[in-house]
Design a binder for this molecule. Structure first.
Ligand code: GDP
Ligand code: IMO
Ligand code: MG
Length: 429
């Protein structure tokens, strides 16, 4: 298996960026295939922190970085991010960054609509990142989107722009908002077009060439399986498919290209935004894990909700996404706890469940059934070999492996790139 597909197996923020960066030096291309700048992937290399939202995490190690057609692209956010990362000394050129020319754009009107809906929903809000992700995907599927390739045809864009704006004007009127200023929008597109077009190309063709040459492709998922629009905790999800299968359709390669599916799994659970969370901890332990794990959103700075490890959810995610092996991250955050708990099932109206039921009301009522294990007082932070881990941490990892029915391929012990234990090489297996 030459290729590796990295996906989040919980509600996002599992540490995908760190693991993708660590694997990227051995890959020939890193490809984002869904989501947009709702993602926030953190890389720490020799003490220097990089926060990426749209740029694939291969960009820092100089690996060819590809934004696939499955991504929704905010061109202004991309320009800001490129400037920020270049300011940190990373070179970004049309040699190391390629953008699919069939990528739909996120426009200011999408951000507006995202915000208007969330405000109107009040307590029932999704808790989106406010980046316009959902509305942009709606327009893609509604066949109204403006795409990267349209930026090369702005002189004939008017009828398309009219159709899109007419749709949005009706929605905006419902929120008491003025219609979209078409001329201003066209002007903004004209101004940003050369920046985006510099990187635009049919990336499926570029990837086909890369693949023919026997190169290794690393697919970088955003969000996590529980935020998948089909398989997640609907409607408290994002608007794309976050599962491994999307790597193929979101980049223009066949389903046999995904290779080793590496599920990234945090040693406990977090979630940002609204929605069910059976193992959520609202006590001192939750507070402590949140502080030790620095659980604040990379994109919005919001405090992440924190809870015990939920083996039911991860087992379900691994099955749905065909996970070959997992990378278990942030084990060091559990250091020093007297006891640790793992959720092994749910109790719902007198019945025991070994999976998360589909209905939101059922999900909200699921009560976790816990198995407790002794914690460890020794430090795992920075460990680079399995033998350096305390015996109880090893027992915890082994129990997780059994319960999720999937092997552990990597363990991460700090935010730093090299504080990573390799047990099974995804590029070789
Ligand atoms: P992503 O969205 O999946 O890429 O994850 P984020 O970057 O949003 O959040 C993960 C956070 O945990 C980041 O701040 C990482 O630097 C940090 N992190 C990653 N792996 C580890 C680890 O093993 N231990 C600790 N303590 N922090 C980690
Ligand atoms: P990474 O790639 C965690 C969540 C939002 C909200 C829901 C819908 O860093 O793991 P959206 O703006 O996508 O319409 O919001 O999805 N969400 C994430 N949570 N990590 C992410 O990305 C997320 N991207 C979106 O908080 O609950
Ligand atoms: Mg994140």
């Amino acid at each position: 298996m030459a290729n590796v597909t990295v996906i989040g197996a919980q509600w996002g923020d599992e540490g995908k960026g760190k693991i993708v960066d660590w694997l990227a030096s051995r890959a020939d291309a890193v490809v984002r295939f869904q989501g947009g700048h709702n993602a926030g992937h953190t890389l720490v290399i020799d003490g220097k922190t990089y926060k990426l939202s749209l740029l694939p995490s291969g960009i820092v190690s100089g690996t060819l970085s590809v934004i696939g057609n499955g991504v929704v692209l905010d061109p202004w956010a991309l320009r800001d991010e490129v400037a920020k990362v270049e300011g940190q000394g990373v070179s970004i050129t049309d040699d190391n960054l390629a953008i699919a020319d069939n990528c739909p754009l996120i426009l200011p009107l999408h951000r507006d609509l995202d915000g208007l809906r969330e405000t109107a929903a009040g307590k029932g809000k999704i808790g989106t990142t406010g980046r316009g992700i959902g509305p942009a995907y709606e327009d893609k599927v509604g066949r109204r989107a403006i795409r990267v390739c349209d930026l090369a045809h702005l002189d004939t864009l008017e009828p398309q722009l009219d159709r899109l704006c007419a749709h949005h004007d009706a929605l905006r009127a419902g929120f008491g908002q003025p219609p979209v200023d078409r001329a201003a929008l066209l002007e903004e597109l004209r101004e940003i077009a050369p920046f985006v077009l510099r990187f635009a190309q049919p990336v499926w063709k570029r990837l086909k060439k890369v693949r023919r040459a026997g190169a290794k492709i690393l697919f970088e998922g955003a969000q996590g399986v529980l935020l998948d629009v089909d398989h997640g905790t609907y409607p408290f999800v994002t608007s794309s498919n976050t599962v491994s299968g999307t790597a193929a359709s979101g980049s223009g390669l066949g389903p046999n290209s995904t290779g080793f599916v590496l599920g990234i799994v945090k040693a406990y659970t977090t979630r940002v935004g609204s929605g069910p969370f059976p193992t959520e901890l609202e006590d001192d332990i939750g507070q402590r894990l949140g502080e030790r794990g620095h659980e604040f959103g990379t994109v919005t700075g919001r405090k992440r909700r924190v809870g015990w490890f939920d083996a039911v959810l991860v087992r379900q995610s691994c099955a749905i996404s065909g996970v070959t092996g997992i990378a278990l991250t942030k084990i060091d955050v559990l250091d020093g706890l007297e006891k640790v708990a793992i959720c092994t099932g749910y109790r719902l109206r007198g019945k025991v469940y070994d999976y998360l039921p589909s209905h939101a009301a059922d999900q909200a009522e699921c009560e976790p059934i816990y198995e407790e294990m002794p914690g460890w007082s020794e430090s795992t932070a920075g460990a680079r070999s399995y033998a350096d881990l305390p015996a109880n941490a090893i027992k915890y990892i082994q129990r997780i492996q059994e319960l999720i029915e999937c092997p552990v391929a990597l363990v991460s012990t700090s935010p730093e790139r090299d504080d990573t234990i390799l047990m099974r090489d995804p590029f070789v297996d």
